[in-house]
Every structure is written in structure tokens, then in C-alpha cells.
Design a protein. Sequence first.
Length: 200
Amino acid sequence: MTIEGLDGAGKTTLAAALVAALRARGAQAELLREPGGVELSERVRGLVKDPALRIGGPAEALLYAAARAQLVEERVRPLLDAGRWVLLDRFVDSSLAYQGAARGLGVDRVRALNLFATGDLVPDRTLLLRLDPVAGRARLAGRGDEPDRLEAEEDAFFARVAAAYDEIAAAEPGRVRVIDAERPPDAVLAAALAELADLI
């Protein structure tokens, strides 16, 4: 299961609450973030977020795919094989939206790269937190943190990301469930649990 959405949509907040709720229901649930989750992937995370680095679009897509490949090999596949729930804070759809669409690399090309990287792993369910890009930027600014390399992109970039996420959701309504991220966190959690009821 994966959670997707723009920066500032509340993915990390929902992921933590969702794992707690699943565990309270007796599920053996593990939360992993992307990029990250294992040592190699965490090192890649430092690279792709570093505002001092210039990283071209193809290199960026390859770095994310490499981090994802290592995470799947080291953690995701073993957890799934052990019968556990795995909740990922971002996964392949992020690369489709950010690198495939917003960077203009081509969604199909980035999808093929990531299917190779993950061994064709596809989530059973994806929760897409939909948020207006302007609202997402305002939330990020309200945190008071320096923006990372991607967060520093222009508004037009995030508009392309948002449009790409909407296209993914429209193309795969069975897998991708859209949740209004402008609602309070408890309402977002309730909506997420409702969208997972058939799996739980």
C-alpha cells in the first residue's frame, strides 16, 4: 500500500496515523519512506534533496529508481513474503508524476525503469492525497524549514505534478483512491481507512 501526493499534502502525517490504526486492529504493519528505508537508499535521499547539487532529469530518475530497487530488495519483498502489511510513504507513482511528467522524461519511460527496479511490484492500493499546489506550498512555507532541492521548484512544476497524479488516478481507479487533503488530519485518516476497508 502506498501514499502519494504533493509535498505538503500530509503524507507523512497520514502514514504514521494509518500504521498505528492498522496495528491497533491487529495487523502487522511496517512503515517505510521513499527514498530511504535502508542505508543505500537513505544516502541517495541525501543526494536528491541537496539544494547545492545540480542533478539532471535522467540522473534524478535513475537515482530514485536505484534507491527504490534497494528498498524493495532489502525490506519490502521480505516483509511481504512474511505476510506483513507494508505502507510506503511514496513509491513509483511519485517518479511518474515528478520525473516522468513534471521533468518531461515521459511517464511510460519512467514506468518501465521502475518496473525493472522493483521487479514489477505494484501496490494493492494507493491513497492519493489531493491538494491544490498553492496550498501545498503554503504548508511547506509554514513549517519554517529551508526547502530541499525539489521543494524549491517553481509553481508550474508542481502544477504539472498535480495534473500527472490526477491522470494516474483517472487511469487506475481500482488501485488509486483520491482523498481530499485539505480536510483535518482525523478526517483524512477516516477517509483513508474507509478506502482500505475491503483490504482490511
